[in-house]
Structure formats: C-alpha cells, structure tokens
Write a protein that binds this ligand. Structure first.
Ligand SMILES: CC(C)(COP(=O)(O)OP(=O)(O)OC[C@H]1O[C@@H](n2cnc3c(N)ncnc32)[C@H](O)[C@@H]1OP(=O)(O)O)[C@@H](O)C(=O)NCCC(=O)NCCS
Length: 157
C-alpha cells in the first residue's frame, strides 16, 4: 500500500475529527478548532492518505505574520500506521513547506513522557530549548524544542 501526502481541504474535516479521537487520549482539537485551522491562511496542514482514501496522519504548522518561526501545532499518525516511517516523512514534508516559505526555524512543545515523539524530534535535529512545568491539562510537563532550518544538506556520491 502506498501513502501520499497532500494539503488538507475543508472536506477532510470529518476524517480529521475521527483521527484526533483515534490518536489522542485528551487535549485534542474540537471540530470547531480543526475547521478554523483548515480555513486559516496562517496554517499549513498536510495529511497522509492511503491508496483506499483512509486518512493515516496529519501535521499542522502555524505561521505568524512578521515572524520567520513556525510552530508545529499538531502532529499524529493513526495507531495502526505507526512505526513505519510515516511520522518522519510528514515531519520532513512540513519542514520542506517551512523552508519553501523562507522560514528560519520550527518550534514545538512535546509531553515530557512522550518517548516516541521526543526520540523522533531529536533524531530529526530538534534541540531541547526549555522545560515547561505543568504545561498540559493533566499536569504533565512539556519540553519546548526547536530546529533551525538551514538549506537542506544532501550527501553527494
Ligand atoms: C509521534 C508519532 C507521530 C510518530 O509517528 P510514526 O509514524 O510512528 O513515526 P515513525 O514511524 O516515523 O518513527 C519515528 C521514530 O520513532 C521510532 N518509533 C516509532 N514507534 C516507536 C515505538 N513504539 N517505540 C520506540 N520507538 C518508536 C522509530 O523507530 C523512528 O525512529 P528513527 O527516526 O530512528 O527511524 C506517533 O507515534 C503518534 O501519532 N503518536 C501520538 C500523537 C503524538 O504523540 N503526537 C506528537 C505530539 S508532540
């Protein structure tokens, strides 16, 4: 099965709401928040779709006027599709979108107990910036992380 990435459209709203339910235990976006993100000119929403049309994951970058920093606002892969490189692929595609817009860095917050996401971000070049105590609704702390986006360096030969 192949998976392709594409920008999300307003017609993806129902599938995105279901994906949020499947991916997060709490602290998830409401339908209204997702609808707002899909309409917003200040967000980049990429989705990963399987051959049969199933939505497998999505990621959102928030952009700010007069700022060269983007924020990774939401990012998830459906449980059955995890561990197969899709998270990494989505993240790289979002970084490419940010570079294309001439942005200088991406920041994000991640739960301190989210071992898989922390590992993925660290291996993708994100650095720990700040510890944020009591950041989530359940009291869990967060790490703020950042990656500076230079030109992509590719090995030759
Ligand atoms: C974080 C998340 C998006 C990763 O998606 P994914 O498709 O599984 O990611 P990948 O398959 O690209 O794996 C990324 C890395 O994590 C590792 N990994 C994946 N699942 C793992 C697991 N269960 N245990 C340990 N390592 C794991 C992979 O080996 C890979 O390492 P590599 O970069 O050295 O190759 C996914 O787990 C998810 O949606 N989690 C719930 C929502 C969430 O936490 N979002 C992030 C909020 S900040």
């Amino acid at each position: 099965m192949t998976t392709h990435l594409r920008p999300a459209h307003p017609s993806d709203l129902d599938a995105l709401c279901q994906l949020e339910l499947d991916c997060f235990d709490g602290d998830r976006f409401s339908r209204r928040q997702l609808a707002h993100l899909l309409k917003g000119a200040n967000a980049v929403n990429l989705i990963a779709v399987a051959d049969d049309g199933t939505l497998l994951g999505y990621g959102t970058l928030l952009l700010r006027r007069n700022s060269r920093q983007a924020r990774l606002y939401s990012f998830c892969v459906r449980p059955l599709a995890r561990g197969d490189g899709l998270g990494r692929r989505l993240l790289e595609a979002l970084e490419a979108e940010a570079r294309h817009r001439d942005l200088a860095a991406i920041t994000l917050e991640v739960r301190a107990d989210n071992r898989v996401a922390l590992g993925l971000y660290r291996r993708a070049g994100y650095q720990l910036v700040r510890w944020l105590d009591d950041y989530y609704i359940d009291g869990c702390a967060a790490w703020q992380m950042q990656k500076r986006l230079g030109a992509e360096v590719r090995e030759v030969g």
